[in-house]
Every structure is written in C-alpha cells, then in structure tokens.
Design a protein around this ligand. Structure first.
Ligand code: SIN
Length: 476
C-alpha cells in the first residue's frame, strides 16, 4: 500500500524499524502494523510488531549498556544528554510535524511539546550532577556512615499517544541521567515521534543499547519486560485499568513502579474570581490537545453569582475555536485520536443530553467527518451524568452550578481519581482552604496550565504512584 509521505527536512527522522542495541530492526518474525494520520485516516507508514522473543536482545543490550554507563561520571552523562536536548530543539520543526501527523494535535501545540520534552532532558541533565548522598554520625568517633544513591539499573517505560515526545523524555531523562538504561514502548497510535527521538539519541552519541525503542502489541512486548528480573523499574503513563494490571505483574519480580494514570480534573470558579481570567484558564486546560490530556478540566463547577456570565463567555470563546487538521493554518482543535475516542465522547454528550444537559455549543461529531468532534459546552450538568464519573478525553466542557465552597470541594473530591484540580478565587483564606482541601496531586490556582519540568507531576488516589519532573522525579 502506498503511504502518505511526511515531508521532513531531515528524512532520516522517519524510522520504520525498532531500535534495539543500537541497531534498527524489523524483528525476527518481520511482522508490522500500520500507523494512521487521525486527520485523514491515511496510512503514514508502518512499524514492527515485535515478538516476545525480540525482547531478549533488548533486555541484554540494556543490561550491558547500563553497566558501562553507570561507571561514567555524572558530568559525562549530563553532557551527552544536553547534546540530545540540543538536537531535539534543532529538529523541532520536523519533530512537530511528525507528531502532528501521527497524533493530530495542532502544529503550534506540537512545537510546544517538543520544547516541553527537551526541557525534561535539560532539567535532568542538570539534576544528574546533584545526586547527593548523606554522611551520618556513627557510634564510634573514627567512623561515619555514608548513604549514597545508586542507579536502579535497567528500566522500562510505556508511554501514551497523547504526548508522544514529552512522556518519553519525562521518563528517559531521569533514568539516563542517573545511570540507568531504558527500554521504551511507545503507544501503537504514535510510535514515529519516539523512534525519531531514538535516532536523535544515537546522533547525540548515547551508547548503543542505552535507550531501546520497541514497538508492537502491548501485551506481547510488555510481558517479557515485566517478567524479567533484570528490569528493575517500570514507568507507565496511561489508564488506571492498565496501571493496576502492571502493578500486579510488577509484584512477581518486586519491580519499582511509577504510574501516571487517569484523571477527572475539577475546575472550580468561585464567586470572587476574575471571570475573564477563569474563562481563559478553562480554555487552556479544557481544550489542550483537543481535550486529550490527563489533566484537562473534566468537570467545571461555577458558583451562583458568576455562573451565567461565565457560561456565556465560555460558550462564546468555544464557538470561536477553529477545528481542522493540525497542519492547517490557525487550527486550534485537531481530530480525536481514533474511532473509539470519538465513540466515547459522543456517548458522554448523548448521555448528558438525555439527562437534562443543555448543549450551548457543539454537541455532535464535526461536519468534517472522521474523528473530528465539535468543541462543546454543556450547561445544567449534574452528578448523575457519565461525564461526572469518567474522563471524557475530548473537547467537551460540562458546567455544574454550586452555591457554597464546601459543596464545590465535596463534588470535586467525589471521584476515585486525584491527579489535577484547578480553581480561580481572589480571597487568600479561600485560596489556602481550597488548595489544601482538594484531593489531587497537583492544584492549579488562578491558572489553567500546570505542566512544567521544574515541579513534581503525579496523582494520588487511583491516579497513580510516584512523581515525574522536579527534583522528586529523579526516580529513586
Ligand atoms: C498527560 O496527559 O498524561 C500529561 C500531561 C502533561 O504533562 O501536561
């Protein structure tokens, strides 16, 4: 079948093989699967569907590379990582285009994601030089106890389709900087960005086998990694359901786990908020990546006194969003990743409609067809709707009305998830009370954007374990 080509300035970035032990391979069975452009449905190319047996050389090369890498000084490791960082930025346009074509996000967001990805490599290249231990007084005057931090060893990463570059960088950065090696498995929908990053890692001079990028069916590829005693840590970003499964599998070899799982972010607008700013904040959080991030506002709670004006402004701003292929000029909302995503978003809106939700804007699959969905605002949202309990993962903004602060916080916390929350308020006492009462790992106050390499990112409750980014993200 002929492929829809991606016009890259550096064509070598488009890899259709897996990276194992420094070699680009098709896998011993030679099987492959196609990757599609969600904006057109056309095939972009294919990548290997590796077998379980292909994982043995990946693990062996990661073991070998790690031993040598851990012996290098932190400064040497840091220097190579900085070269990788620089190359990412040098090839920003190509990486952004690859990402937009396979993932669907608008080019401006894809460019932003390349910068976000590179920021993790830089941050951890710097942090690598500050992996301190402790000297502890002993019971004898001529002795001291010394506690040092050592690399974990071989690590595995399973990364999601919504941030094909940043989630790989957020996991590989700390692992490699601290002397570990990694076997990374990108999502089936978006392997090309990760493979391009693998090629750039080689160009930067990272040793063979230090970063392996494997592609294929998740269960087939992941099972040997989970069963291996050599793989000492697994880091996963994705659904809570898969996170639970990996946690169970990790128990057999007592692997460390780091899990960034589902969210159900509340966004509260209190009655002393700057309403214009709150609308801007919701737009930034809700519609980032067409609503497909784990930290997108999923439920918007607005207090009586500002409810009507807020809803009116939100509906107007939403109606102005430009929908289209991410490569088109000025587009702000791309397609959803695949047909299943479209089905879920459509079902959530239909459920809300049937239960009394008032559709103010959108509400239907977009006239462009494919997996495009109209940016949607729903007023009169209520507790019994599916979108209260489940992450919609699409461009749908349901607004719930509330009267008092305790009621809002109680509704916000009424979920098994606890990744991110947001609120807008001016009163300092209220800000402190709400920030501490919200049961989430991250709280955005008077902002809709909370993602940065310099602060810890992660959830509580069933949204995960561990922190990525910040100095906490060094992955002890
Ligand atoms: C995610 O959606 O999993 C990550 C979002 C982010 O890093 O901002």
């Amino acid at each position: 079948m002929s492929h829809d080509p991606i016009a890259l300035a550096q064509p070598a970035l488009f890899r259709q093989q897996a990276l194992i032990g420094g070699r680009w391979v098709h896998g011993e069975e030679g099987k492959s699967f196609d990757v599609h452009d969600p904006a057109t449905g056309k095939v972009l190319g294919s990548v290997p569907s590796l077998s379980a047996r292909d994982m043995a050389p990946a693990i062996d090369s990661a073991i070998k590379a790690q031993k040598d890498w851990a012996r290098r000084t932190a400064a040497e490791r840091s220097e190579l990582l900085m070269r990788w960082h620089d190359l990412m930025l040098e090839h920003r346009e190509d990486l952004a285009l690859l990402m937009t074509r396979e993932q669907g996000k608008p080019l401006t967001e894809a460019r932003g994601e390349v910068g976000y990805a590179a920021s993790f490599i830089k941050w951890f290249a710097e942090e690598a030089r500050r992996v301190y231990g402790r000297t502890i007084p002993a019971s004898a005057a001529d002795r001291r106890l010394i506690a040092i931090q050592q690399p974990i060893g071989v690590t595995a990463a399973i990364t999601p389709w919504n941030f094909p570059a940043a989630m790989l960088a957020r996991k590989a950065g700390p692992a490699l900087a601290s002397g570990c090696s990694m076997i990374a498995k990108p999502a089936e929908d978006t392997p090309f960005t990760a493979l391009a990053l693998g090629w750039l890692a080689q160009e930067a001079g990272l040793p063979d086998g230090l970063l392996n990028i494997v592609t294929g069916d998740p269960a087939t590829v992941t099972q040997p990694l989970m069963a291996s005693t050599a793989v000492r840590k697994i880091s996963f970003t994705g659904s809570t359901e898969v996170g639970r499964l990996l946690m169970r599998q990790a128990a057999d070899t007592v692997k460390k786990v780091s899990l960034e799982l589902g969210g159900n972010a509340p966004f509260i607008v209190f009655d002393d908020a700057d309403v214009e700013a709150a609308v801007e904040g919701v737009m930034a959080s809700k519609y980032r990546n067409t609503g497909q991030t784990c930290v997108c506002a999923n439920r918007i709670f607005v207090q009586d006194a500002v409810h009507d004006v807020f809803v009116e402004k939100l509906a107007l701003a939403t109606s102005r969003l430009k929908v289209g292929a991410g490569t088109e000029e000025g587009v702000e909302q791309g397609p959803l990743i695949n047909a299943q995503a479209l089905e879920k978003v459509t079902a959530h809106v239909q459920d809300a409609r049937e239960k009394g939700g008032q559709i103010l804007v959108g509400g239907n699959p977009h006239a462009r067809g494919g997996t495009f969905f109209e940016p949607t605002v729903i007023a009169n949202a209520t507790r019994n709707m599916r979108l209260f309990d489940e992450e919609t993962f699409g461009p749908v903004a349901p607004v719930f009305r509330f009267s008092d602060d305790d009621e809002a916080v109680a509704m916000a916390n009424d979920t098994p998830f606890g990744l991110a929350s947001y609120f807008y308020a001016r009163d300092l006492g209220r800000v402190i009370r709400a920030a501490e009462a919200l049961e989430t790992g991250i709280v955005g106050v008077n902002t809709g954007l909370i993602s940065t390499e310099v602060a810890p990112f992660g959830g509580i409750k069933q949204s995960g374990i561990g922190r990525e980014g910040g100095h906490e993200g060094k992955g002890k």
